[in-house]
Design a protein around this ligand. Structure first.
Ligand code: AR6
Length: 231
């Protein structure tokens, strides 16, 4: 599948020369790789056509706000290609803000195959969903519902029937789901972002005052949802 051939390039996250593995207070080894990790796609910036500069500002602002409230948990922005514009914008802006790169980093790969193909264990993944919380439709939503199987569809319906833009819903994943067995994903968080695509419902017609507000709310809901799992 797309983009996965290059996963090995950033999959290892080996300790740098001289860097010591973290040792937990309880006496056991607490390696960074076992830290609770949320992998999330850039909400609204593909099918929903949201401006990339504005979206990258919001991602970095919200990550900066939340990353230190999450204990040892990590946040990872994922996209399919090394050429991803949003990943490079966010990387640049995150390093300008001196965000701890152990706690927040970008990763290239299919969000439904991060563990099996990328060697990155993420116990929670976010979905850029549609307001009906329906499978299919393309993009990361189609990929996650397809990888999650019937179990994800059923579990999603138990949590919510629909979702307004700016909101998120946490879905515990049944162990029957292939995403659980194969990738070790225990929760999917569906997020609905602002839509600037006239072909899709609830189009904001380039109203970026409203659009930025809604995208900020979407990331706040996402990170608060993740934090409710981690706690
Ligand atoms: N793994 C990682 N990232 C991905 C993957 C994947 N498998 N697939 C796409 N991306 P989009 P939106 C990236 O269009 O703009 C759906 O049809 C992609 O490159 O999935 O919020 C829903 O049903 C981009 O960076 O979401 C909604 O109707 C990011 O994920 C609508 O699209 C988001 O792209 C939502 O549109």
């Amino acid at each position: 599948s797309k983009g996965t051939s290059s996963l090995s390039e950033n999959a290892g996250r080996k300790l740098k020369e001289g860097e010591e593995p973290l040792v937990g207070l309880a006496g056991g080894d607490v390696s960074l790789e076992d830290a609770p990790t949320l992998a999330f796609p850039s909400i609204s910036t593909a099918d929903f056509q949201f401006d990339l500069e504005k979206a990258s500002d919001i991602i970095v602002e919200k990550v900066a706000k939340f990353v230190n409230k999450l204990g040892n948990a990590r946040l990872v922005l994922v996209d399919l290609s090394h050429k991803s514009k949003i990943l490079s914008l966010v990387r640049t802006k995150a390093s300008e803000k001196n965000i701890d790169s152990n706690k927040f980093f970008t990763f290239v790969g299919d969000i439904t195959r991060l563990h099996s193909e990328g060697g990155l264990h993420c116990n929670v993944i976010a979905n850029a969903a549609n307001w009906r919380l329906k499978p299919g439709g393309g993009g990361v939503n189609a990929a996650i519902f397809s990888a999650g199987g019937q179990a994800l569809e059923v579990a999603t319906k138990e949590q919510a029937k629909s979702l307004l833009p700016g909101n998120a819903v946490v879905v515990p994943l049944p162990s029957a789901s292939p995403l659980f067995c194969r990738e070790g994903v225990t929760h999917v968080i569906h997020v609905v972002g602002p839509n600037m695509n006239p072909q899709r419902p609830n189009c904001l017609n380039n109203d970026y005052i409203k659009g930025c507000e809604v995208l900020q709310e979407a990331y706040t809901s996402l990170f608060e949802g993740f934090s409710s799992i981690v706690r």
